[in-house]
Ligand binder design. Structure first.
Ligand SMILES: [Zn+2]
Length: 313
């Protein structure tokens, strides 16, 4: 058998009692937390299943082996395929069928941002095992940039439809969000941005960029006549669900729950980063469905014909 086709059986631990044999290409091996380079040591509760020291080609090949990054890679690869298919469906069916005008294609802009976010994440988790620390850092920076693009993808359709009948505030908020995201990109250029000391500063920046959305949300409620107005009652629950999903995703990300209570037992399945990945996909999907919903609402109730305190022109 040619050398490159030789594979080795490798027994891995799923939980602390099941042992699964997996076939791993000969030049890829898995390492324990103690064995990996310092720059890969991020979560001590994930004790095994690390890929490390690989050239680009083997990083790519490692997509087909079971490591502690497999679920992270595939969850966002499938997430990308989901948003890509939704995009094709929107462009070919949903938007034309609902009589969308040119501006309504903002829904696709959101989906495109989600696709970029998913691909950046897949790239990072695939190449985080690269033998060069510099390459790993570049992919990490791209992953963070992807999260910013994903947040932008939530803001753009959200602000666009929330302030559908108020061009002034729509422009103010869209420009504010664009400037904020641009500021985050600039911060990422700082040499210490990716260092471990800046972990909490990074978190604070992302919380600010996402959390500042409370301001346009409250403004939207106020401009539409408060909690009793129809449009607020129709869409506020959806916005609250969005915040709940985002909040719980962040909670898993920051606290490293549940693996901190079961160190070494959730190396391959059930770790906090995997839950964060899945919740991000659910959150983006939820927000896209909300955007389609509000688009239909705006088509059925154009600004100029709406009456009472909810009219904002
Ligand atoms: Zn990730």
């Amino acid at each position: 058998m040619p050398q490159k086709l030789l594979k080795t059986a490798h027994y891995i631990e799923l939980g602390n009692y099941q042992h699964w044999p997996v076939l791993i290409p000969q030049r890829i091996r898995l390492y324990t937390y103690e064995q990996i380079p310092l720059f890969l040591k991020e979560n001590p509760y994930i004790t095994d299943g690390y890929r490390a020291h690989l050239p680009s080609k083997l990083c790519l090949k490692s997509i087909f082996i079971l490591s502690n990054e497999t679920v992270n890679i595939w969850s966002h690869l499938l997430g990308f395929l989901l948003f890509f298919s939704l995009g094709v469906n929107d462009l070919s069916t949903v938007l034309p069928a609902s009589g969308a005008n040119r501006e309504d294609y903002v829904i696709y802009v959101g989906l495109f941002c989600f696709q970029v976010c998913m691909l950046c994440s897949v790239g990072y988790h695939l190449f985080s095992c690269h033998r060069s620390e510099k390459t790993c850092r570049r992919w990490l920076a791209l992953d963070y940039a992807g999260i910013s693009v994903g947040i932008l993808g939530c803001y753009v359709p959200g602000i666009f439809y929330a302030f559908y009948c108020n061009a002034f505030w729509r422009q103010v908020y869209l420009l504010t969000v664009l400037s904020l995201i641009l500021a985050v990109f600039c911060a990422q250029v700082h040499p210490r941005y990716l260092s471990n000391d800046w972990r909490w500063i990074r978190m604070a920046i992302f919380c600010c960029v996402a959390g500042i959305s409370v301001i346009p949300a409250c403004h939207w409620v106020w401009l539409n006549g408060g909690f009793t107005s129809d449009v607020v009652q129709l869409f506020l629950p959806r916005v609250i669900v969005m915040y709940l999903i985002a909040g719980s995703a962040l909670l898993f990300y920051v606290t490293k729950i549940p693996e901190r209570y079961f160190p070494g037992q959730l190396n391959y399945l059930g770790a906090s980063h995997q839950v964060w990945h899945i919740l991000v996909v659910v959150m983006f999907y939820w927000w896209h469905q909300t955007a389609v919903h509000i688009m239909h609402f705006r088509h059925s109730q154009p600004c100029s014909t709406r009456s009472g305190s909810s009219q904002v022109n």
